[in-house]
Design a binder for this molecule. Structure first.
Ligand SMILES: [Zn+2]
Length: 351
């Protein structure tokens, strides 16, 4: 058989072998074909050595044909190899777990609402001070919302809360103090509880007021509890919330269920008490109300319980309450309370 015939036959066989190996995804067969046809000791190389057999006048043509064959088979091999890479499944070891996903495939991660996070922080702080977290219903009756908190029907302070009635004796609670009443009705002193939750008031909605907001109220009843205990507890609380060195001050105030009562301020977390826009240059920001439990509240509880478990001659207590929104606003520099309820993701993503 002449060299030309051998070349033609080998070309056909080699192309078929590369194509078959690529089509089956058989890497071993493809490598064997490469060695057989275009390897260092392969058939194409052997043909080169047989150029001497060719008559002199045909040598250039056969030489060109051999070079063309070598290129064609090399290309066929490369094409088959790239098909192999596409078809073959990646081995497990080739999967790089540290490789970040492209942006379009990254999952959208949610996070807790800023109010939920603030409540969680408050809970942790007050738990560390020995308070138990309790909850109560948002729909209340008049007795728990007003009467037992020393706010009788003819009391002027009732006007500012007296709203959101669902029926004659069911209303949305105007403060979480109702939970304190329920706790004292069912448990004997000593008692140390906090009640975070949603409350409703007929406030006109603006940047600092809303008809729906959250409170956390605390109650401690024990023997010999004084205003000093209240102040010490709140001092530790604000330092936990705003950092060490935060100061507190009480201003005399009035609440029907505490006597004496005080508004509580803390040194401005934004300027450390020097004076800035947040604190209106006063160095102080308002946080909430507090005071010593009015003995009349204990008497009302005793009346509801039908015993003398909360004898005001034996037990005393303090109570405090904060707006959770206000604390969250102080912490994150938020200037409009309405943002919390608008569900604007541009706002929520920033905090
Ligand atoms: Zn300030």
């Amino acid at each position: 058989m002449s060299l030309q015939d051998d070349i033609a036959q080998t070309r056909a066989e080699a192309l078929a072998a590369f194509d078959a190996a690529g089509g089956k995804g058989d890497a071993a067969a493809l490598e064997a074909a490469r060695i057989k046809y275009i390897g260092a000791n392969g058939l194409v190389k052997a043909f080169m050595k047989r150029l001497g057999e060719v008559p002199k006048d045909q040598k250039p043509a056969v030489g060109q044909a051999l070079n063309a064959l070598k290129d064609e088979l090399t290309n066929a091999h490369d094409a088959a190899k790239s098909r192999l890479g596409a078809a073959a499944p990646k081995s497990v070891s080739a999967f790089d777990v540290t490789e970040p996903l492209p942006p379009e495939r990254q999952p959208a991660l949610g996070k807790l609402h800023p109010l939920t996070r603030t409540v969680n922080e408050l809970r942790d702080l007050l738990r560390a001070l020995g308070f138990e977290v309790v909850e109560g219903p948002e729909v209340e009756d008049e007795r728990h919302n007003f009467d037992d908190l020393n706010i009788p029907p003819d009391h002027p302070s009732r006007d500012s809360f007296d709203t959101f009635f669902l029926s004659k004796d069911a209303l949305l609670r105007s403060q979480t103090s109702t939970v304190q009443v329920r706790m004292m009705e069912t448990r004997k002193p000593p008692l140390r509880v906090i009640a975070p939750g949603r409350v409703y008031r007929p406030d006109i909605i603006d940047a600092t007021h809303h008809s729906t907001f959250h409170q956390v109220e605390g109650l401690c009843v024990d023997m010999g509890v004084s205003m000093a205990d209240l102040k010490g507890t709140l001092q530790l609380f604000v330092e936990g919330l705003f950092g060490e060195g935060t100061r507190i001050r009480f201003r005399p105030s009035f609440f029907p269920f505490t006597e004496p009562s005080a508004e509580m301020d803390c040194s401005c977390p934004a300027c450390s008490g020097i004076g800035c826009n947040v604190c209106k240059q006063t160095g102080w920001v308002e946080l909430g109300g507090c005071g010593m439990v009015d003995p009349a509240v204990f008497e009302a509880i005793n009346h509801a319980r039908g015993d003398k478990a909360y004898d005001p001659e034996v037990w005393s207590g303090f109570a405090f309450g904060f707006w959770i929104e206000r604390l969250a606003m102080r912490r994150h520099g938020i200037t409009d309370i309405r943002r919390f309820l608008e569900n604007d993701l541009r706002f929520l993503r920033q905090i």
